[in-house]
Design a binder for this molecule. Structure first.
Ligand code: CTP
Ligand code: MG
Length: 230
């Protein structure tokens, strides 16, 4: 059945600074969120998108369709997970609980078709959903109380979690509700699912599927997206 894209875009970009929330920063001539919509709605099985926006957002261009597919909006919440849960609850009621949803950061503009295809293929078969991720490459240091090294941590088996993250609508909604009720802030959807006892799959994706957090990331995204032929 049809897959919905869920795009949390209600953040304030405090680590980036400046007046413009990251999702509306321009890269390769278009706002980051436009690149996210492009990548997700290009997939033939993705039937629509819902965008969670801050209640005081004045910059949303009011898109109602993209690539001929509906784009819905809803109010986000105080934390990323609150925004995702609000969006899941605002999906059309006819979207079945068993339908896949793809949660993808508005500030992650360089998702490639090949990664999206591999993620969806994995999520179709995985019982507990799947996420794009990449193995950690750096040597990891644990700091002591100050800024001295206390230990070197083995990096084997450690991954960096990216988006999109693909789950069944009903299971993800329940997992996010449980975390919210327990007062636990989950930083991605998989973390909510893990807390609920699920074991989502890791799908190794491209390292250049970056989230824009700082101005250095913005410069890298500009480079990557102007190089790209879509
Ligand atoms: N997000 C959201 N609702 C929130 C917080 C974040 O929808 N309450 C969204 C952001 O808009 C972004 C994605 O979640 O698309 C990833 O979050 P992050 O990179 O942390 O963005 P911000 O929260 O905007 O940035 P910062 O943490 O630096 O303030
Ligand atoms: Mg944030």
């Amino acid at each position: 059945s049809g897959i919905w894209a869920v795009i949390p875009a209600a953040g304030r970009g405090t680590r980036f600074g400046g007046d413009i929330p990251k999702q509306y920063l321009n890269v390769a001539g278009r706002p980051l969120i436009a690149h996210a919509l492009d990548a997700l709605l290009a997939h033939p099985r993705v039937v629509g998108a819902i965008v969670a926006l801050s209640a005081d957002d004045t910059r949303w261009p009011g898109w109602t369709h993209w690539n001929g597919k509906p784009v819905l909006r809803c109010d986000g919440g105080g934390e990323r997970a609150d925004s995702v849960l609000a969006a899941l609850q605002a999906l059309p009621p006819e979207v079945p609980a068993s339908a896949l949803v793809l949660v993808h950061d508005a500030a992650r503009p360089n998702l490639h078709d090949t990664d999206l295809e591999r993620l969806i293929a994995a999520a179709d078969l995985a019982h507990d959903g799947a996420i794009l991720a990449a193995p950690v490459r750096d040597t990891l240091k644990r700091a002591s109380d100050s800024d001295r090294i206390a230990a070197t941590e083995p990096r084997e088996g450690l991954w960096r979690a990216f988006t999109p993250q693909a789950f069944r609508r009903g299971a993800l909604t329940a997992a996010l509700q449980q975390a919210q009720a327990a007062g636990i802030v989950v930083t991605d959807e998989a973390m909510a699912m893990e807390r609920a006892g699920a074991r989502p799959m890791l799908v190794e994706g491209r390292e250049d599927n970056l989230k824009v957090t700082t101005s250095a990331d913005l410069a890298l995204a500009e480079y990557l997206l102007t190089q790209r032929v879509r």
